[in-house]
Design a protein around this ligand. Structure first.
Ligand SMILES: Nc1nc2c(ncn2[C@@H]2O[C@H](COP(=O)(O)OP(=O)(O)OP(=O)(O)O)[C@@H](O)[C@H]2O)c(=O)[nH]1
Ligand SMILES: [Mg+2]
Length: 312
């Protein structure tokens, strides 16, 4: 099998096939994927990475499609990554149905791709960042990352993007649900979608009052209807304003993200290497053979760390 890092020059010259293969490599942790990311990273850093998240059916895909059109109209190229944090098994099949970007299929300035973190060390954040690096190095101006499903995955994606757009809809419990998922903390901009529905105004009010509980400045809340297109201009302006604010501290943001990313990679590798070396098997064996009065979790942890349980 050819080494994935060979793809770097063709990714840098924005060849679509190379970009597609590079994404497959980073998604699955294929041989050479790490070197590929390292080769591309110095050429990345220009693209604006926007995470789009929110409960199922909120209209994220519809909105993403609208944003693609808006960015294309002003001449920016756009990549779309649909991330499925929920399942390593259903990724491809499900995402195919859930990402409807047919209207951009003929447009060379748009690249749509789904992503399930199957093999990347460092999990979903790393897979997402690596995918963004690929698109960024290939010269895409904007990378939209739509998260499918709910849970920790949304927070991982927020870590990997510059601007986090949280989409909510005027259906019961949304504001509360967002609070639970930790979305309130990571959101840079809120979009109350389906504003054509009468309850939208109530949700905007409820959100604003909840957001005042945040310690930092409350993020803006924009009402829109992705389906009809109302409010899209205001949403793009609000996103642009956040991008503008980021620009003031771009270098620090990037440095901080790199720091976190390297820590994640170190921890991932450390964990893998630690449990390799026979420790995982030795622990399993010890646990099987222990008498009831020896089943002591902290003592066992001490023994694992002391190398006491390491298999010869
Ligand atoms: N009334 C109304 N319906 C909308 C609006 N935006 C999206 N929808 C509808 O809501 C449904 C879900 O939209 P999607 O864009 O697929 O939502 P999603 O958040 O991407 O859904 P998942 O990816 O499955 O979580 C579709 O039937 C859309 O047509 C809107 O502004 N108003
Ligand atoms: Mg969707």
């Amino acid at each position: 099998m050819p080494d994935a890092s060979d793809l770097a020059p063709d990714v840098l010259s924005a060849q679509r096939r190379a970009v597609a293969r590079a994404l497959t490599a980073v998604e699955n942790g294929l041989p050479g994927a790490d070197d590929l990311v390292d080769a591309l990273y110095p050429h990345a850093g220009r693209a604006w990475r926007i995470g789009i998240t929110g409960p199922p059916g909120a209209g994220k895909s519809t909105l993403t499609d609208r944003l693609v059109t808006a960015f294309r109209e002003r001449g920016e190229t756009v990549a779309v990554v649909a991330v499925d944090p929920s399942s390593p098994f259903t990724g491809g099949a499900l995402l195919g149905d859930r990402v409807r970007m047919d209207r951009h299929a003929e447009d060379d300035g748009v690249f749509v791709r789904s992503l399930a973190a199957r093999g990347a060390l460092g999990g979903l954040s790393e897979a997402t960042e690596a995918a963004c690096d690929v698109f960024d190095a290939a010269g895409y101006d904007v990378v939209l990352v739509e998260t499918v499903g709910v849970g920790q995955g949304e927070i991982d994606v927020a870590e990997a993007t510059d601007t986090t757009l949280v989409v909510l809809v005027p259906e019961s419990g949304d504001a509360v649900q967002a609070m639970k998922a930790g979305l309130m903390e990571v959101a840079d901009v809120f979009c109350v979608n389906k504003a054509d529905k009468p309850e939208a105004a109530n949700l905007v009010r409820a959100l604003r009052s909840v957001l005042h509980l945040r310690e930092d400045e409350a993020p803006p809340v924009v009402k829109a209807s992705a389906l009809g297109g109302d409010g899209l201009g205001a949403l793009v302006d609000t996103l642009d304003a956040h991008r503008q604010r980021l620009a003031e501290s771009w270098a620090e943001i990037r440095a901080e993200r790199l720091r976190r990313r390297v820590r994640r990679l170190v921890e991932g590798r450390w964990r893998r290497d630690f449990w390799a070396g026979g420790r995982a098997d030795a622990l399993a064996e010890a646990v099987r053979e222990l008498d009831a009065d020896e089943r002591a979790p902290h003592t066992l942890a001490d023994r694992v760390l002391a190398g006491d349980l390491r298999r010869a």
